[in-house]
Design a protein around this ligand. Structure first.
Ligand code: ADP
Length: 263
């Protein structure tokens, strides 16, 4: 078994420095003076009650929104690749045409080079031979893999994944999370992954950041003390069970706070 990856690598991949944010036209801050750092090579899960601002954190990282105060830094000017809950593949383009889209947008490569690169990535995500199909001919899990391949085609080192498996059935989710773990171990990208599934967070991540209420002023940090590669059976071990229990307690507390504040 390989040890926990890069637990001491402090090179930052994304930094929130005293960030505050409210959507224009709203008087309520969603994020207030928030500080956190994601380090290179980490797999970080971001969890918290729905509507507390997790996706907004990703939108600030990929510059779809700007902070009202503070700085969001991606040191080294690295690219962020964003993958939403729904695959958002263009239904009229073949899988290969969808995957080569980021290269078309960047420009400068011949059609043959773009296709060669797209085919390489397609086979790396286990979809060799599916390039000429339309997205509707693929299963939900395969479409998410194609969508992941398209995110990789951006060349991004920091991948922002917003509940990518939430629309999939339970068994597909189990196989997709193993698949994602393998991709991360192989590609050595930095991943920030939103999930509301505590078990998924424990299975996949090196570190969990938990938002417990809105506005988000801080994130609670939990290290996941399990070596890689992980197996489903690791989730039944004492470390995983105790971490899951802590996270569920945290969620119960949030519900209680929300209930008390709204009554
Ligand atoms: P989460 O990802 O934790 O479920 P979001 O970041 O999607 O939460 O949303 C946080 C809050 O901001 C929600 O109450 C949502 O309704 C609100 N919100 C999201 N997008 C916008 C927008 N474009 N304008 C105004 N409010 C928004």
């Amino acid at each position: 078994m390989s040890p926990l990856r890069d637990p001491y690598d402090e090179t930052p991949a994304a930094v929130f420095r005293n960030v505050s944010f409210a959507y224009p036209g709203t008087d309520r801050a969603l994020i207030e003076n928030l500080n956190f750092t994601i380090r290179q090579g980490e797999f970080v899960a971001l969890i918290g009650p729905s509507g507390c601002g997790k996706s907004t954190i990703l939108r600030l990282l990929n510059r779809l929104n700007r902070p009202v105060q503070g700085d969001v830094e991606i040191p080294g000017g690295h690219l962020c690749g964003y993958m939403p809950q729904q695959d958002l593949l263009f239904p009229w383009r073949t899988v290969l045409e969808n995957i080569r889209l980021p290269l078309e947008v960047q420009g400068g490569l011949s059609a043959a080079s773009m296709d060669a690169r797209a085919k390489e990535i397609l086979s790396s995500v286990g979809l060799e031979g599916w390039g000429e199909k339309l997205p509707r001919e693929l299963s939900g899990g395969m479409r998410q893999r194609a969508s992941f391949a398209r995110t990789l085609m951006t060349g991004a080192d920091l991948l922002l994944l917003d509940e990518p498996f939430s629309a999939l059935d339970y068994l597909t989710r189990l196989s997709m999370r193993e698949w994602l773990m393998e991709q991360w171990q192989r590609d050595k990208k930095t991943i920030l992954f939103i999930t509301h599934d505590v078990e998924e967070a424990v299975f996949l991540s090196t570190r969990i950041l938990a938002a417990d209420r809105a506005p988000i002023r801080s994130l609670r940090e939990y290290r996941v003390p399990l070596p890689f590669p992980r197996k489903e059976s690791d989730l039944a071990g004492p470390e995983a069970l105790s971490l899951k229990a802590q996270l569920l307690d945290m969620f119960r507390e949030c519900e209680c706070v929300e209930h008390c504040e709204s009554s």
